[in-house]
Design a protein around this ligand. Sequence first.
Ligand code: TXA
Ligand code: MG
Length: 330
Amino acid sequence: MNRTASTRPVTERLLPDAHGLARAACLLAEGGLVAFPTETVYGLGADGRNAAAVAALYAAKGRPSFNPLIAHVASLGGAEREGRLGPEAARLAAAFWPGPLTLVVPRAETGTVCDLARAGLDTIGLRIPAHPVARNLLALCGFPVVAPSANLSGRISPTRAEDVLGDLDGAIAAVVMGGATAIGVESTIVACLDGPPRLLRPGGVTREDIERRLGRPLEGAGEAADRPLAPGGLLSHYAPRARVRLDVAEILPGEALLTFAAFRPAGHSQARQVLDLSPDGDLAEAAANLFGYLRRLDASGAETIAVAPIPGRGLGEAINDRLRRAAAER
Ligand code: TXA
Ligand code: MG
């Protein structure tokens, strides 16, 4: 074997083809950590049944271990083995799986995901992702793959394989190089436990679409977005190196500008760099660009990223949630 003096392990770059996915499934089954694309963001996967692999996952991310992980499965049968889907959870699953929705439900007796991955809770977060690479990988694995976003804890979530490598190269076994993710913000998390369904985190499925499907309003979030309802709802998150200033009407000297729908605040011509999330005012395009643009403005060297107002409807709820966390006191 051709080893260098460094003992830092090499992170394999895998193609999203049959050979690459077979290798990824094999590494996961052996307890390795493998990053892979989903339609929301890249996830850092581990075998959810394997507590040692899950411990290594928390360590690689630098994640507080009280924060439970989402278990990704290939099929409804796989989900039902891990969690008990009541009528409302089942309705949401039928409407939005595969897709960017995570359901928090009571753990099933037959569940295989280890205590550590659930942070000791008797509930479990479940998702069937829609991205074909993720689906094929999960089908090959046949076991639940727990996967947080594949970034260091607290930092910007990755929407490209290169972003994953920027944070985790040498710290994980492999990354499946699957191109940019389409949705760009994480899944919506809805808890279906006792009582009415609650929105724990806004995300890729809009509140409006979920409420239409349920035929009633969702409890929680909005006002609860800064309370750790989902244990991972820590306020400071998605943080670039630069400070973030929200709802700006005016650009101060040296600031970079993140704007929307061609809005130009006063003083914009002196901004270090200007990026428009969607010049046409399309919130889906804005969500897809959000994390990548935050990274680019951070790399501009500006001390502060000034963010123009973004509407709160539809995907705007998730966008504003992520921006509030990026701007929070650290
Ligand atoms: O789009 C996504 O959801 C991505 C991709 C990779 O699937 N994953 C993701 O994972 O965003 P992560 O770990 O960054 O966020 C998972 C969130 C955390 O806030 C965690 O607290 C919450 O899900 N969560 C997981 N299981 C839970 C449970 N049993 N009860 C409450 N919250 C839970
Ligand atoms: Mg995350």
